[in-house]
Design a protein. Structure first.
Length: 289
C-alpha cells in the first residue's frame, strides 16, 4: 500500500509540525538504532527537561538503543507539554516503543483507539450488542445506566525513527469507521472475558484485522513527515482509523502520549497495584538487577 501525504485535516486527526527544518532521523542521527525490542512507560506529571526523566528511562535506553534519543525526544516533549497545558492538563501516560525491523505489520492493523479511561473498558469488549441502544456510544451513559466522568478524547503520537503511523485519508475516515464497526459486529462472539489476554478476543481481533486489511485497502493511507506529530481523536464515534506501518525496512522508535487528569491516572495505577507517579521498562531476555 502506497502512503500519500495528507493535504487537509479532518475532525479525526491532524498532522502538526513541532520542529521546523527537521531532516530524516536516520540521516541526521546515523548512530541511533534499536539494538533490541523494548518499551518504556511513564505515568505522572509533565516532564519539562531532560533532567526530569527518571532513571528507568536511561536504563531502557541503554538496554534497547545505540546512540542518544534525547535530541529527538525532547523537542517533541516540549511541544506535547504545551498542547496539554493549552487543554489545562498537566499529567500523561507516556510510552516509547523501540522495535527492530519486523514483518509483523506487512498486513495493516486498522483500528481506532478506545476511550482510555472508559468504565466499559477497551478493546473488543466495547462492541455494542444487538440488545443495546443504537445511540449508546462510549461516554454517553445511555443504556448501561453508568455515567462516565468527563475525559480527554484525544492523544498525540510521533515517530522519532523509522516509518510513521498510517492513517486512512481524512475524506474516508467516516467510511472506514463504519466498515470497522460492521466487521467487529459480524465477527465478534458473545463471551465472558476471564483474562486480560482473552483468547476469544484475540481470535476476533485477528479475523477483524484480516477483513479490514482487504476492505480498506482501496481507501489508501497518509503518513506524517519527520518533525511532525499527530493529534488524533479516540473512541468509536470519531476516533481516527490508523495502523502501524510496515516495518520490514528498518528500526522504529514510536512515542505515544495519553493525556489525563491526575485522578484518572492515579486510579489506573492503583487498579494495577502500582504507585503514582510510576515509570517502568521491559526488554525481553534482558536480565534485571
Amino acid at each position: 500500500m502506497k502512503a500519500e501525504r495528507a493535504s487537509t485535516t479532518s475532525s479525526s486527526f491532524e498532522f502538526i509540525k513541532y520542529e521546523s527544518g527537521k531532516n530524516d532521523s536516520c540521516t541526521a542521527y546515523p548512530d541511533l538504532c534499536v539494538t533490541r525490542n523494548a518499551f518504556w512507560s511513564y505515568c505522572g506529571p509533565l516532564l519539562a527537561e531532560a533532567q526530569d526523566l527518571p532513571p528507568t528511562f536511561h536504563e531502557w535506553a541503554s538496554a534497547g538503543l545505540s546512540g542518544s534519543l534525547l535530541p529527538l525526544l525532547m523537542p517533541f516533549l516540549e511541544f506535547a507539554n504545551g498542547v496539554l497545558r493549552e487543554h489545562e492538563l498537566d499529567h500523561y501516560w507516556l510510552t516509547i516503543r523501540a522495535t527492530k525491523a519486523t514483518r509483523e505489520f506487512d498486513e495493516p492493523r486498522w483500528h481506532t483507539d478506545d476511550m482510555f479511561f472508559s468504565a466499559r473498558g477497551g478493546g473488543l469488549r466495547t462492541i455494542p450488542r444487538e440488545n443495546e441502544d443504537e445511540d449508546e456510544g462510549e461516554g454517553s451513559g445511555s443504556g448501561s445506566g453508568r455515567t462516565l466522568d468527563l475525559q480527554t478524547d484525544w492523544k498525540l503520537c510521533t515517530t522519532l525513527l523509522g516509518p510513521s503511523t498510517m492513517f486512512i485519508p481524512p475524506r474516508h475516515q467516516a467510511e472506514a469507521r463504519g466498515t470497522q464497526q460492521s466487521a467487529r459486529r459480524a465477527l465478534s462472539t458473545d463471551h465472558e472475558c476471564t483474562s486480560i489476554r482473552c483468547v476469544a478476543c484475540a481470535a476476533t481481533a485477528d479475523a477483524v484485522r484480516e477483513k479490514l486489511s482487504r476492505d480498506l485497502e482501496r481507501l489508501g493511507a497518509v503518513q506524517c513527515t519527520p518533525g511532525e506529530c499527530v493529534f488524533f481523536h479516540i473512541g468509536q464515534e470519531k476516533g481516527a482509523v490508523h495502523s502501524e506501518p510496515p516495518m520490514g525496512g528498518g528500526d522504529r522508535v514510536f512515542v505515544n502520549v495519553v493525556p489525563g487528569k491526575r485522578g484518572e491516572l492515579e486510579k489506573l495505577m492503583a487498579k494495577w497495584g502500582m504507585d503514582f507517579p510510576r515509570s517502568w521498562w521491559i526488554a525481553p531476555n534482558v536480565p534485571r538487577g
